[in-house]
Write a protein that binds this ligand. Structure first.
Ligand code: GLU
Length: 468
């Protein structure tokens, strides 16, 4: 059997890190086994879905480095890949269920359902629909229709035990009786998730459904539908969820949770990809590139245990990739943070190679950027305060005198200032660094200065002296 997996996001919000992780697992699995990775857009929740979110999801998946073999824009043998374009297909299967007497119209109002739910809870049962509308008489049905009630359609859950072997969790058992007849078509006529997903996974010949364990209960419903519709079911693998430090499901309460936010914060896609691919898998901590991740991917390890999101580790990984990737790759990623009119690519790559040891995210490059792109720098009150100290002023004055507008050997100038002032180390270098870069730390000063026109250096020292 050929491997076909899918990522099936609902375009109702930004791409969550947890979902991105699921997408990565599916992608790695497909790439390792030379299978197909399908992108399917589950947009039947009309109120909450939007084309803008779909666009953003796709962009963020691409940014992470994921590519799909079949999808809404790419097409493929089982097109269309957007659920809102597959409504006729669902109708066909709905008709089948209705004709076989395996589904029925339910006219219960939200209030009635809520009252039932409360009653269940009060009696100490898990809430479940009573099946009240299963045996509606034709008269009653007509009366509800005349009242203008818009029915949902429910699947008749058989009284049986649902069993399946999850590739990660092992044997699973659910009592279908606990589930209650669930909605397969909403009152607006659109298919509910559990119904559409079964038809799509079956028709798209998905071999493995790899998703978060929060879908386990849905899987029981889905298996009942596979059986009722006579469709072959895929293998299932439910992985543990991404958790926050308090071990609850990672959510906005924990801070940034969307790929978009990490992208804007200046994380490299390579770093986020690697982190999401390996978090919670235990084992080696050696950092691997994508090819190695594909080769070593082991689905069984994805079920190992909790994946507690650790921002510090992600930052550490990001720093690793900032140092390890070729400067040209970093330049491509850092572009959105820098002005659009970069002309000299080579020079910028050299600057990146120079400052990458001193930054944690791409935003760091943005912070260093003014040093290399404008003649004069802003000096904060704190900087001016330091530069006003006598020793600092002396250093700046001597530097200004020694400095000559022709190309300089800065190390030699620093040595000269040391001889003349008797100052060395921080006392010598900090005032110069502050006046010339506006910052307390960074790469070696002489290396920075070698990138700057002499006029700028002169202007910066003059500005510092004017302010002291
Ligand atoms: N659209 C569903 C979601 O985003 C897909 C779940 C699944 O993989 O079946 O949660």
């Amino acid at each position: 059997m050929s491997v076909r997996v899918r990522f099936a996001p609902s375009p109702t919000g930004k791409l969550h890190l947890g979902n991105a992780r699921t997408a990565i697992f599916n992608w790695l699995f497909a790439r390792q086994l030379k299978g197909k990775f399908v992108l399917r857009i589950e947009d039947t929740d009309k109120e909450r879905s939007s084309p803008e979110y779909e666009q953003q999801l796709k962009e963020n998946l691409k940014w992470l480095g994921l590519s799909w073999d079949e999808g809404p824009d790419e097409g493929g043998p089982f097109a269309p890949y957007r659920q809102s374009e597959r409504l006729e297909i669902y109708q066909h299967y709905l008709k089948k269920l209705l004709e076989q007497g395996r589904a029925y119209y339910c006219y219960c109002s939200q209030e009635e359902l809520e009252a039932e739910r409360k009653l269940c809870l009060a009696q100490g049962h898990p809430p479940r629909y009573s099946g009240k509308c299963r045996h509606l008489t034709e008269t009653k049905r007509r009366r509800y229709e005349a009242e203008g009630r818009r029915p949902t359609i429910r699947f008749i859950v058989p009284d049986e035990v649902v069993e399946f072997t999850d590739l990660l969790k092992g044997k699973m058992r659910f009592y279908a009786g606990d589930i209650g007849d669930f909605v397969i078509v909403r009152s607006n006529g659109l298919p509910a998730y559990n119904f559409a997903v079964v038809i799509d996974d079956a028709l798209m010949q998905i071999s493995h459904v790899i998703r978060g364990e929060d879908h386990l209960a849905n899987t029981a419903c889905q298996i009942l539908l596979y059986e009722a519709l006579g469709l072959a079911r895929p293998e299932f693998a439910h992985h543990p969820l991404l958790l926050g430090a308090d071990r609850s499901k990672l959510s906005k309460r924990h801070g940034a949770v969307s790929v978009e936010e990490y992208r804007r914060e200046g994380f490299l896609p390579e770093a986020l990809f690697y982190y999401l691919a390996t978090i919670g898998t235990g084992g080696k901590k050696e950092i691997l590139d994508k090819e190695a991740l594909i080769a070593q991917f082991d689905l069984s390890k994805m079920g190992r245990g909790n994946a507690v999101f650790d921002h510090k580790r992600l930052l550490w990984i990001n720093k690793h990739f900032l140092r390890a990737l070729p400067p040209e790759t970093i330049l491509d990623h850092v572009r959105p943070f820098l002005p659009a009119d970069i002309k000299d690519r080579n020079k910028v790559e050299e600057i990146i190679a120079l400052i990458r040891e001193n930054i944690e995210t791409l935003k760091g490059i943005k912070e260093f950027w003014p040093i290399f792109s404008q003649a004069e720098l802003e000096l904060t009150d704190e900087v001016i305060h330091i530069l006003k100290q006598d020793e600092a002023k002396t250093v700046l004055n001597v530097f200004y005198k020694e400095f000559d507008i022709t190309p300089q050997k800065y190390d030699e100038i620093f040595k000269k200032i040391q001889q003349k002032t008797g100052l060395k180390g921080r006392k010598l270098m900090l005032p110069l660094r502050l006046a010339l870069t506006g910052r307390r730390s960074g790469p070696e000063l002489h290396k920075i200065l070698s990138f700057l026109p002499s006029q700028w250096i002169k202007a910066r020292i003059e500005k510092a002296l004017r302010n002291t």
